[in-house]
Design a protein around this ligand. Structure first.
Ligand code: KMH
Ligand code: ZN
Length: 306
């Protein structure tokens, strides 16, 4: 099939670990809120749901399997979407914590961050005057002095331990070098095509949001893997979300939206749910005569275990 005729796989990232509750009253924090937003996003057309957990008491990112178990089965029972569990967790979590739930759940898909880096978001904390919880300000300030740690050894460990049971990966690449890291593991035979590459723009520490960077990531991936061996997907952080994912779709790629990546629907308007962003990108795609892939179509294209 010509890439221009391919349906677009929409991923939706529901809550993440980058935004804090004071940034948006709509950010889902409890298992019930996370499940409800995920189910609505899937019904709106997201084929893949990317999930983190938060402590319902104060919205803090948590690796607790007990909390994940309160919403992941609910989403799986109410939708057919591919469940994608983070292995990135947050920059405050150890690798043991980050892998605790994924190793129990062995889902169809997990995120896998392809390198170590500084990781922060552009300064929004200074615009918040009323903090909802006391941990938030310090958490954001702490990003300045934390490393998002994903060493070669740790990436190999995740590929081996989760890959053994058939989990496949959303390879999150924040810079061109991380595509080469993926190629290195592919050359070692530790991961087989089709690769699901999530190219990320706009995280402080990674590639910026210059449109030219999108071409650099696309052409480098073409050179390293061959277009038939990978699925390209894009997320843009913050206000770059919709322009970036639209460009990606025009380039034959797939898109990721959700409140993990941006709390906005448009300038000055916060999204009430991730589903609002899914519906919006879906409208844009359909205006461009691009169709949206179902979960099963995504499974087939990404070689998932189902
Ligand atoms: N928050 C995204 C920019 C992960 O969960 O492994 C990156 C992310 C990482 O989704
Ligand atoms: Zn994530």
């Amino acid at each position: 099939m010509k890439s221009s005729n391919r349906k677009v796989i929409i991923s939706c990232a529901i809550t993440g670990a980058t935004h804090v509750p004071s940034m948006s009253e709509h950010l889902p924090l409890t298992p019930e809120q996370i499940a409800a937003q995920a189910i609505e996003a899937a019904a709106a057309g997201a084929a893949i749901i990317h999930l983190h957990a938060r402590d319902p008491a104060d919205g803090r990112p948590t690796p607790s399997p007990e909390i994940y178990r309160q919403f992941v089965p609910v989403i799986a029972a109410a939708s057919d979407a591919v469940i994608n569990i983070t292995t990135g967790g947050s920059t405050k979590m150890s690798m043991t914590e980050r892998l605790a739930f994924p190793m129990q759940a062995k889902p169809e898909m997990c995120s896998l961050n392809m390198g170590s880096m500084n990781f922060s978001i552009h300064d929004v904390a200074s615009r918040i005057s009323n903090w909802r919880y006391d941990w938030e300000e310090q958490y954001l300030a702490g990003m300045e002095d934390r490393v998002f740690r994903n060493t070669f050894k740790e990436i190999r460990q995740i590929l081996l331990e989760l890959g053994e049971d058939g989990t496949r990966f959303e390879f999150e690449c924040y810079d061109v070098g991380q595509l080469y890291n993926l190629a290195y593991f592919a050359d070692q035979g530790l991961v087989k095509p089709p690769f699901f590459i999530q190219a990320i723009f706009g995280i402080l520490g990674g590639l910026g949001t210059d449109p030219e960077n999108l071409t650099v990531m696309r052409t480098t991936a073409d050179r390293l893997f061959g277009r038939e061996n990978y699925e390209f997907s894009v997320l843009g952080a913050g206000r770059h979300q919709l322009p970036f994912v639209t460009m990606a779709a025009i380039m034959g790629g797939n898109v990721r939206v959700g409140l993990e990546d941006s709390i906005y629907l448009e300038k000055g308007v916060k999204a009430k749910t991730s589903a609002e962003q899914v519906r919006k990108i879906r409208r844009i795609l359909e205006e461009l005569s691009l169709e949206v892939a179902t979960p099963d179509e995504a499974r087939a294209r990404l070689g998932l275990k189902g």
